[in-house]
Design a protein. Structure first.
Length: 405
């Protein structure tokens, strides 16, 4: 089979997906943002052909470049990058390639249309709409009350997302996002409660593999407070009860949207108003989250993804042996690392469970908080008991301090 992969080298994470396709005997062609001379050796090792395209988000340009690679014809067109989900679907339509359809891709990118569609299928979602002016935003607030969330319609994660507790904060958010007729933004009811995400690999019949994860604290709070050491915890209890409602909601969402032979990344909330759907992406989670699934379940998630999108039977089942987690230790300020405190105590207690970590050396430049959970100082752990995993991560967050000047 001939697979076209968009953006093969934006992160080392992408290489696992290329490796899996190549290992299953596929011809792998790719289109990236740079010239071939700048493709990493790791990515090049898995590619049979490559073309650069400096306007990767423009479908007409992609069509021209892809045509140069379409010998033999493409059997699949894939990407793991959120902004490219819709262009990849448009290419499938153009080249008559099976996979996620353009209609579904558009819904997965447009948060307002997505929620409206899923509400019509009785999926519990926050009230939401798109606004093109400050007056529209104020009218929504007067109808549904505060707090509210204001964010880009096709945003990624929690970037440029604002929680507004009153009119002044709403005016500030609208001023920053600048809604207009040709640039609407999303506004929605704020859902109080615990936040997590639910990821799947889907085959032609629907969900094949599923994983449930939790944020501590929620994304917005984590992104606004430097002192917080945010955690992501992947449970190994998903099949032991307590997750039935979440699993059922995910399958209803996947089936309603018609997502097949693809990965999904669904955000959810649970609180006083019960379980609520937040949003879903038709692509794998970022932040090397799938590496955590592989470690915790002792199987090759990338190979299983490739089997699912190629329409082949799965070869492994998740063991659910380990819960896995990721915790980030933020620097005291932006600047350069001066050093770390508490590392000996941290490794004495947690070292046996830490399977991967990054501790920047003194003099290294820090990275801003909006870069995500896998920058600056971080640790990844595994433990057979989910509660013990959480306790170890909390100890790391309380013990390790990163000083910057």
């Amino acid at each position: 089979m001939h697979v076209l992969f968009l953006a093969p080298d934006t992160h080392v994470y992408n290489h696992g997906f290329l490796r899996a396709l190549k290992a299953l005997g596929c011809k792998v062609s790719a289109i990236g943002m740079t010239g071939s001379e700048r493709v990493s050796a790791a990515a090049r090792h898995h590619l049979d052909a490559y073309r650069g395209c400096d306007r990767l988000l423009e479908v007409e340009e992609l069509k021209k470049v892809a045509k140069e690679l379409a010998t033999p014809a493409f059997d699949r067109i894939e990407t793991i990058d959120e902004p490219l989900v819709e262009p990849a679907a448009a290419l499938r339509e153009h080249f008559f390639v099976p996979g996620l359809p353009l209609r579904t891709a558009k819904l997965c990118r447009d948060k307002v249309a997505m929620k409206a569609f899923l509400r019509s299928h009785d999926i519990p979602c926050a009230q939401s709409t798109s606004v093109t002016s400050s007056a529209d935003a104020i009218a929504f607030a007067e109808r549904w009350g505060y707090p509210l969330i204001v964010k880009p319609i096709a945003g990624f994660g929690s970037l440029s997302t604002f929680r507004c507790a009153d009119r002044k904060q709403l005016d500030d958010a609208v001023g920053k996002l600048k809604p207009a007729e040709n640039h609407p933004v999303a506004i929605e009811e704020f859902i109080e409660g615990h936040e997590g995400f639910f990821d799947t690999m889907c085959d032609a019949a629907g969900v094949r593999h599923e994983f449930a994860s939790h944020y501590f604290p929620g994304c917005l709070e984590a992104n606004t407070q430097r002192w917080i050491s945010p955690q992501i915890a992947v449970t190994n209890r998903i099949e032991q009860g307590g997750y039935e409602e979440l699993r059922a909601m995910n399958r209803r969402v996947v089936d309603a949207l018609g997502i097949r032979n693809a990965a999904t990344h669904m955000e959810w909330f649970f609180g006083p108003k019960g379980l609520k759907f937040s949003e879903i992406g038709a692509r794998p989670a970022g932040e090397k989250i799938w590496d955590m699934y592989g470690v915790g379940n002792e199987f090759d998630v990338y190979r299983e993804w490739a089997l699912a999108i190629l329409g082949r039977p799965g070869e492994q089942r998740p063991s659910r042996r380990y819960a896995t987690g990721s915790i980030q230790i933020r620097p005291s300020k932006d600047g350069r690392y001066q050093g770390h405190r508490g590392l000996p105590e941290a490794f004495e207690r947690c070292g046996a469970c830490v399977y991967e970590s990054s501790v920047p050396t003194p003099g290294t430049l820090t990275k801003s908080l909006d870069r995500g959970w896998l920058v600056n100082t971080w640790f990844r752990l595994k433990h057979p008991d989910y509660d013990q995993l959480r306790a170890l991560m909390t100890f790391l967050g309380e013990t390790v301090k990163a000083d910057a000047v």
